[in-house]
Ligand binder design. Structure first.
Ligand code: SF4
Length: 238
């Protein structure tokens, strides 16, 4: 009985007020380096959880993932890619029918319009190849910075920026990596303090951590290895 109590005490998360905020630029950089090291240990070689066989399919899956879980997208895309196996099939798709095919991912009218528009744009202006630069990708219907970063980093291995989704937004603020709420500004902050060779892995690690432990309501701080570096006001210490 006593042993169980001791274990419980040892695992208890550090109260936020006891985690010192680094006061110098050097100490802040050292803290970020430690966070990255711990995330590398917890989530080594993170991979994009959206099913895809080529870069076009990753672009489609990423567009579908807006306001939708990756799990739901992965339930829809195998059938979708069987019915529309090529980018040309998407370009020629009937929007109403495509909308029905992706209905369960939500916002299906906008998404079907984006998918057809993206396919036509890529066929017309990029020879059917999903472009490899941020500037070009941002001209593709349905592709804002987050989508472009997923495709560039996740498929081409090009660190053009940092993916900022809802998990990255929440964890970046909890971990005091930004005070911003706008995703574009959060990305700018992260690009300043995260080394470029971590721009692809780091947001994926935050996404996995956000799903596993640092959930929106009642994060599981008692099980979190980042606890000693985290002074989030909403740490859950129960
Ligand atoms: S779970 Fe989230 S809030 Fe809790 S200690 Fe870990 S990073 Fe901080």
């Amino acid at each position: 009985m006593a042993r169980r109590d001791n274990t419980s005490v040892a695992k208890k998360a550090t109260p936020p007020k006891l985690v010192p905020r680094p006061k110098t630029a050097g100490k802040r950089a050292a803290r970020v380096a430690k966070l990255i090291k711990l995330l590398d240990e917890m989530y080594p070689n993170p991979k994009i959880p959206l099913l895809h066989r080529n870069v076009w399919e990753l672009l489609v899956a990423t567009i579908l993932s807006a306001q939708c879980t990756d799990k739901r997208v992965n339930e829809v895309t195998p059938g979708l890619f069987a019915k529309y196996p090529t980018i040309t099939d998407f370009a020629n798709a009937n929007q109403a029918e495509l909308g029905k095919d992706i209905r369960s991912t939500g916002f299906f009218n906008n998404k079907s319009k984006s998918l057809i528009g993206a396919a036509r744009k890529i066929l017309a202006d990029f020879g059917g190849e999903v472009p490899k630069t941020m500037e070009q990708l941002l001209t593709v219907p349905g592709a804002a910075r987050k989508t472009a970063n997923v495709v560039l980093g996740g498929y081409y291995g090009i660190p053009a920026g940092v993916v900022v989704d809802t998990h990255v937004q929440r964890l970046s603020r909890r971990l005091d990596l930004t005070k911003q709420t706008n995703p574009v500004k959060i990305e700018q902050d992260l690009m300043k303090i995260i080394p470029k060779d971590k721009w692809i892995a780091f947001p994926l690690q935050l996404i996995f951590h956000g799903r596993a432990l640092c959930i929106a309501r009642k994060p599981r701080c008692v099980d979190c290895k980042l606890d000693s570096l985290c002074y989030a006001k909403d740490k859950f210490l129960g």
